[in-house]
Design a binder for this molecule. Structure first.
Ligand code: AMP
Ligand code: GLY
Length: 420
């Protein structure tokens, strides 16, 4: 079988590595891929938003299966175009990907179907939003409606910050048309949990839970990033909480999407907060999380490709999805200055990694025999081990094998989980 994976970050490297375990897989094309993915797949220099070119490529190469990993092509409708051409693929279509593509849609969905989430107001006019900002409770959370590279969320602790966030989204258009509407919502408190789930629209199977570390610096300080590291499983997510989430959040969300005529097929990501009154949804994503996939997929013992194909042909109920009882830790190595401003093109020096430690590339590119940085998040060092403590220690020992100028990483990935 020949498969095509859309995307070129650490998540996609972890996906390609998991697909490589299937002996029936012959060629894997990664579009656009990166410097590390190119060691195990054929990289294709096409952008993830060049939908027509992607479909043409898949047809020309007669690939047997396409996996669409990033949010942009999903929200733009790549799956619809592939399905029109009868090319089997994994990922939600445009009507379903809106669960991530529009926060207004997802908040309204949760309200309509009584899925627990923060209370909220939607604004399409800046004047009304600013008026509300004068009297709403503090802190409040302002969210741009559309995609914003994970950066369209501001937690405002005072009215000035709140008004500034509204103006930067709605007037200055910091996130372009994503800020045409904003959601202002209640500030929630509690441990955060990420849960990825396979669903074919009728059956939903949660994967092992994980914990992201979104802030740039240790002790959860600094600006929000796409994610500076992850651990799995998340110790806060007990069996009892998982059961409650299944009943109150996971299954109701899948059924709500079906009732709306938007059945969701693919990986549904639940960003949860375990508040004192129970688990609530912070956000949905219509795809594998990054860097959540980098700790979840190495723990998957079942064959990923056959699960993805079962999702595509709506036979997930017949599939076994088994995870190891081990723990995993991922430390993201970023360019100094990420996520604000950073330089690329720095040469990366790599020493061989010990057994049980993997290196997934996020923003790297090859230049002859040299490996260079090409993005904000550069590399992911991932370790699995029987306990979380061992996985964390092993991942940080792996970090010692990598250097590049101005390399930045958090030294506390997994610490709050170890104290849980
Ligand atoms: P999001 O991009 O929606 O995942 O939001 C980014 C981060 O902002 C989340 O991981 C939370 O830490 C925080 N956040 C989002 N919404 C809320 C909320 N209603 N209350 C408290 N924190 C929030
Ligand atoms: N790590 C969060 C995300 O993938 O959106």
């Amino acid at each position: 079988m020949d498969i095509l994976v859309i995307g070129g970050g650490g998540r996609e490297h972890a996906l390609v590595a998991a697909f490589r375990k299937n002996k029936d897989v012959h060629t894997i094309y990664a579009l656009p891929g990166n410097g590390g993915i190119s060691d195990i797949a054929t990289c294709v220099p096409i952008g993830t938003k060049e939908l027509d070119k992607i479909v043409l490529f898949a047809k020309e190469k007669q690939v047997d299966f396409v996996v669409v990993a990033p949010d942009d092509p999903l929200v733009l409708g790549l799956v619809d175009l592939l399905e029109e051409q009868k090319i089997p693929c994994f990922g939600p279509n445009k009507r379903a990907a809106i669960i991530e593509g529009s926060k207004v849609f997802s908040k309204n969905l949760m309200k309509k179907y009584h899925i627990p989430s923060a209370s909220y107001q939607v604004f399409t006019e800046v004047e009304a939003a600013l008026e509300y900002a004068n009297s709403c409770p503090l802190p409040s959370v302002v969210k741009a409606d559309g995609l914003a590279l994970g950066k369209g969320v501001v937690i405002a602790t005072n009215r000035e910050e709140l008004c500034q966030a509204i103006e930067s989204m709605m007037v200055e258009k910091k996130f372009g048309s994503s800020g045409n509407s904003v959601v202002i919502e209640e500030f929630l408190i509690g441990p955060e949990v990420s849960v990825l789930a396979f669903t074919d629209g009728k059956t939903l199977v949660p994967m092992v839970s994980s914990m992201d570390h979104k802030r740039a610096y240790d002790l959860d300080r600094g600006p929000n990033t796409g994610g500076m590291g992850t651990i799995a499983p998340n110790p806060y997510f007990t069996v009892a909480i998982q059961e409650r989430c299944m009943q109150e959040i996971f299954i109701p969300t899948m059924e709500a999407m079906r009732s709306e005529g938007r059945p969701f097929k693919g990986c549904l990501y639940f960003g949860l907060m375990l508040t004192p009154v129970g688990p609530k949804v912070i956000e949905y994503n219509c795809r594998f999380g990054d860097p959540e996939a980098q700790v979840v997929l190495p723990l998957l013992e079942s064959d990923l490709l056959s699960i993805c194909m079962a999702v595509a042909n709506e036979s997930l109920d017949s599939k076994q999805v088994k995870f190891s009882t081990d723990a995993a830790c991922c430390v993201v190595l970023a360019s100094g200055g990420y996520p604000v401003s950073y330089q690329t093109g720095k040469e990366i020096s790599l020493n061989p990694l010990k057994d049980g430690v993997s290196l997934y590339h996020a923003g790297t590119k090859k230049d002859g025999s040299r490996l260079l940085t090409s993005g904000g998040r550069v590399l992911n060092v991932v370790a699995t081990a029987p306990t979380l403590r061992q996985a964390v220690d092993k991942a940080y020992r792996g970090v010692d094998s990598v250097t590049f100028e101005a390399m930045h990483f958090r030294r506390d990935i997994g610490q709050s989980a170890l104290q849980a």
